[in-house]
Ligand binder design. Structure first.
Ligand code: UDP
Length: 371
């Protein structure tokens, strides 16, 4: 492994997702990752600028706001769908701008789950690293990731081992496992749950989040489940309400982080009944930061966050009976332990430390190959 440099401050350009402006919620967990990177890397003394679609909230030293047609979210398409760009693509416009200003930076971090930035890696003068935000969903993306890995084995980052493994056929794809981080100071701990008790579900209202199982859990336990998240698929949501007339689901809308953390802190547990390989599960660390234990299906990133029996429970995937059993045992979890685990592993400082090490290794390797 390459030795890190003496930690000179880096000039870092963070390129956001082209699916929506920062603050819109359309980018899901990518928005949280970007904020945490800006905050954490900035606190380590690095100069961080952001490039994002026009209309984005201000964050970091500067946000380059780029006009253009938004990209459609990748989780919607089929596996064999080709890579697509709409006319007037904001993704293309963002990468044109990255190419123009690249010499002002030591390294570019791409947060978009898109074919184009992966393909462009070898054509850029400045090293581009890719922090991949979702598991394997699409063949064109898989092959673009594989090509980057073959040429630059140190340029790919992932949130969890489960996410990284989803890209591997016979030959593993080398990923740096970076987890994620949050600004823990923004989350107040609730040492006890509200009475009467209720459960929580946080995430985009979309089929991969498995809300039908959450509804079933509510029907079987009689407990209310409060649901926060962007209404991405209203037809899916209505279907769940129609199919589960005796479930007590309370849709509470999409809240900004400060309001969300205050609202979820009263839950007895956060339920994660996802149907896809959740790359990480930011909502798990956000809930735990407020003292809320997490009950998750044994699938994807959340299983690497939750310590079974200590900060929540990991139950067999797609098993609603197992969810019911875990809810009944929730008193066995010490809420303060949930918070401690976030402070130890998932603070912005912890995330930035992991990412800084990665960036330094990449920058040193590039500079020594040019020397
Ligand atoms: N979120 C939010 N307000 C809400 C519900 C969700 O800001 O009312 C954010 C949440 O904080 C998290 C993100 O949406 O950062 C969801 O990320 P996650 O990794 O859980 O799922 P993704 O949407 O990326 O699949």
């Amino acid at each position: 492994m390459t030795e890190p440099t003496n930690r000179l401050p880096l000039r870092i350009l963070l390129v956001s997702t082209p699916v929506g402006p920062l603050g819109s919620g359309i980018g899901g967990g990518v928005e949280l990752t970007l904020h945490s990177l800006v905050y954490g890397l900035g606190a380590l003394g690095h100069h961080v600028e952001v490039m994002a679609p026009a209309g984005s909230l201000h964050v970091g030293a500067k946000v380059h706001q780029i006009e253009g047609t938004l990209q459609v979210s990748s989780q919607i398409g089929a596996r064999d769908e080709p890579a697509q760009l709409p006319a007037g693509s904001v993704l293309a416009a963002m990468w044109n701008r990255v190419a123009d200003i690249q010499d002002d930076f030591d390294v570019v971090i791409n947060l978009a789950y898109d074919w184009l930035p992966l393909f462009l890696t070898r054509f850029m003068r400045v090293p581009v690293v890719h922090f991949i935000s979702m598991g394997s969903l699409n063949d064109a993306m898989d092959s673009a990731i594989r090509e980057v890995a073959d040429r630059y084995p140190d340029r790919l980052g992932a949130h969890s081992r489960a996410q990284a493994a989803s890209f591997c056929g016979d030959v593993p794809v080398p990923f740096r496992i970076l987890a994620n981080g949050i600004v823990t100071d923004r989350y107040d701990v609730h040492l006890s749950a509200d009475d009467p008790p209720y459960l929580g579900s946080v995430g985009r209202i979309s089929p991969e989040k498995g809300l039908e199982d959450v509804a079933e859990l509510s029907s079987r336990t009689g407990m209310t489940v409060k649901v926060w998240g962007m209404m991405q698929d209203p037809v899916y949501w209505q279907q769940i309400l129609d199919d589960h007339p005796d479930a007590h689901l309370e849709y509470c809308g999409f809240l900004p982080t400060d309001e969300l953390q205050a609202a979820i802190g009263g839950c007895s547990a956060l339920i994660m009944a996802h149907k896809w390989v959740e790359a990480f599960g930011n909502v798990a660390i956000e809930a735990m930061a407020t003292g809320v234990p997490v009950i998750t299906y044994d699938r994807g990133g959340p299983t690497e966050i939750v310590v079974d029996g200590e900060t929540g429970y990991i139950v067999a995937a797609d098993d609603v009976d197992a969810l019911v059993g875990a809810v009944q045992r929730i008193e066995g979890i010490e809420r303060i332990r949930c918070r401690q685990r976030v402070e130890e592993e998932y603070s912005t400082a912890a995330l930035a430390g992991r990412v800084e090490q990665w960036l330094h290794e990449v920058v040193v390797a590039v500079r020594s190959s040019q020397a």
